[in-house]
Design a protein around this ligand. Structure first.
Ligand SMILES: [Fe+2]
Length: 228
């Protein structure tokens, strides 16, 4: 079973995440849609969180967000995994690199992490230049999509928002426009906005609610979060 969660931000007290860790089965995979904040802040709390996270016994994959220590993520060896490329951080924990299409449990997933932080993060010195998508990563995604005839089952990004319908196709916005309009996909999962929200039949924003991927059935996670 595949689950999503997002934006842990170095917080050890997230019930849905702790429930997953406690109950995960051998075959389960949790995909975090960005902003873990591993080795991100120079605080004892962040060091403790990072150590705890790296020693977890369950399978976890990361689509990077903007609040990541990219020097740390990119320091691990790259390898092929399920049709794409990853950084293997430990036996159980991997980083799904940008612009690849992975085949997991019979479904294809396009992954495109990254996002630009707002000015305050620059001012605080908590910003890595690798947070923004490069043209090479976007070109890689176009190439891999073309090989799949612009068809995937799921799209996974940190942020989803269509801001400028005429954006340069080699920018993050332009790429998102292309995916939304020219790629055939079942559903798009993203994080970043710190809310759990089922936007429409094609888009779900994930936060700290454990959101299962149930094949062709898209669960309306905001209904779950609202207790309806
Ligand atoms: Fe974010």
């Amino acid at each position: 079973m595949i689950y999503f969660i997002s934006d842990l931000h170095g917080d050890r007290n997230i019930d849905a995440f702790n429930d997953y860790v406690k109950n995960a089965k051998e075959d389960d995979l949790l995909i975090i849609l960005g902003d873990i904040e591993l080795h991100f802040r120079d605080t004892d709390e962040n060091r403790e969180f990072s150590k705890y996270f790296e020693e977890l016994p369950c399978k976890i994959a990361l689509v990077d967000g903007n609040h990541e220590n990219f020097d740390y993520l990119y320091s691990f060896p790259e390898e092929e995994w399920c049709g794409g490329r990853i950084h293997r951080i430990s036996e159980k924990f991997i980083h799904l690199m940008r612009g690849y299409i992975f085949e997991i449990e019979g479904y294809t997933f396009l992954t495109m992490g990254g996002c630009k932080s707002s000015q305050k993060w620059f001012d605080w010195g908590l910003r890595w230049e690798q947070e923004e998508l490069t043209e090479d990563e976007i070109i890689r995604a176009y190439r891999n999509l073309k090989e799949h005839e612009n068809k995937v089952d799921y799209v996974l990004t940190h942020k989803y928002r269509i801001e400028d319908p005429k954006a340069n196709p080699l920018s993050q916005n332009g790429f998102m426009n292309f995916v939304d309009n020219c790629v055939e996909y079942k559903h798009w999962y993203s994080g970043h906005w710190h809310k759990t929200k089922y936007l429409d039949d094609k888009h779900t924003v994930v936060y700290r609610t454990l959101t299962p991927l149930a094949g062709d059935v898209v669960l309306r996670t905001n209904d779950v979060a609202c207790g309806k």
